[in-house]
Write a protein that binds this ligand. Sequence first.
Ligand SMILES: Nc1ncnc2c1ncn2[C@@H]1O[C@H](COP(=O)(O)OP(=O)(O)O)[C@@H](O)[C@H]1O
Ligand SMILES: [Mg+2]
Length: 504
Amino acid sequence: MSIRRKLTVMMMAISVMAVAIAVAAVTVYLIYDMHKSKAQSVALLAHIAGDTNSAALAFQSKDNIQTNLEIYRSSPFIRAVCIYNEAGELFGEYEANIKQAFCLNKFTLLPDTLKDLITVKDEIRHSDALLGHIYVVSDTSDIESYVRRITQVSSIVTAFTLAFIILVALYFSRTLSGAIMELTTTIQSITGSGNYELKAKTHYSDEIGILAKAFNNMLGEVLRRDKDLADANERLEEKIEIRTHELLAAKKKAEAANEAKTEFLRNMSHEFRTPLHAILSFSSYGVSEYITAKREELKKYFEYINKGSERLGKLVNEVLDLAKMENGTQVFSMQYADLRELANRAYEPVASLMKDKDITLHIRHDEQEVGVNCDPDKIIQVITNLLSNAIKFTPPGHSITLKTQILNNMSTLSIIDEGIGIPEEEKEAIFESFRQSSRTNTGSGGTGLGLAICRNIINAHEGTIWAENNSNALGAKVTFALQSVPGAPGAQPQGVSYDQSYQN
Ligand SMILES: Nc1ncnc2c1ncn2[C@@H]1O[C@H](COP(=O)(O)OP(=O)(O)O)[C@@H](O)[C@H]1O
Ligand SMILES: [Mg+2]
């Protein structure tokens, strides 16, 4: 059964009950009241009749009494009026219907009550003296017709009231169930379509309005959670995309590293094979020709073998250095050092090379102090490497400049030569292992590891190293920069002067 029908039935049942009880109560009360007033009026009538006939009774005048009693014939409700004398014998009577007589011969025989009739017994007195008795019987037909009328009116009133109640019940059940139906329809369309943007109407100010508002709040909460979920999903997708990119980049890097390793091994075996080949061939010449060969020839073979071995040794050392540095096992003993002093010490190992090529080294220190925190031996190795490259690629009779200065809080050292320079697009590539510039890779005699080692050392010191070409003249300029640090106050590095030249 729908809520609307339940409400209608409930309201009607309650109303019908209330109307029925009210009508019944009023009817019962009216009937009771009618009976009461009827009994009172019959009693009054008996009293008056007694008074009226008292004189006739006192004079024993039956005719007078009979005449007096005849007036009751005009009263339709009086069924009998019986007058008894002092001795209680019937003296005069009025019977409305002779066939149904009520006046018995003896007053004492008269019944006190008769079914559906009103009976009144009274004394007839005159100046306190008892003259006789009166007995009046009245019917209640007027009450019955009154009750019938009341019942008719009550039924009509009840019917009208019921009709009115049905209308009111229908109206209220429609407004009540209408609001609930509206809410139900909204809920059904939301669950059916999954569209949580829809809202229930909240124009009712009663509990249903509150329910609709609560429902709307719940929808808002669902929407907010949906949005949070969608946002989280989006963020997750973004994260996945970023991670995928990162993974792809890492994969590419790993592939490049693998490629570089293969390239490195290929280059290395090539670099090893060349000096090894010279050592093998000249030593086997020596073995096979040591009796017949001239001493000068043998010396030449030994010189080739020696050169090859030196190159091999250098190569092995450099490869080991590089490997140590790349896997992080190289140990640095860090301390304060002045780049000017390190430059002086780096010059010694290359002095003879410079002398051989008649190259002049100009040293220019722009600052009082070019302090760095470093492993001095490693930085000397870098400077020596850079100097030997400069010497290698500078024509005889030219000069090289070593310059230290402080730029942007960094202590820098540059080696500027007057050599062949570096092709612009290869300024970075020459720092890779086994890489030589396109200008020099034919027989410059190097291993291509020197600059790679330099960059590794400088990187381990958290510095930078780069190559450029001199803007106004021939030649290249290689510079490294390390974080500048001040030394102990007043300390002066040994054997450093500001501008000096070594001419061999
Ligand atoms: N001062 C320079 N002038 C011109 N080219 C240079 C200079 N220094 C380095 N290069 C180029 O960089 C290459 C790599 O140098 P390096 O790593 O020291 O190896 P190697 O000296 O053994 O060849 C050199 O072969 C050369 O082509
Ligand atoms: Mg070199």
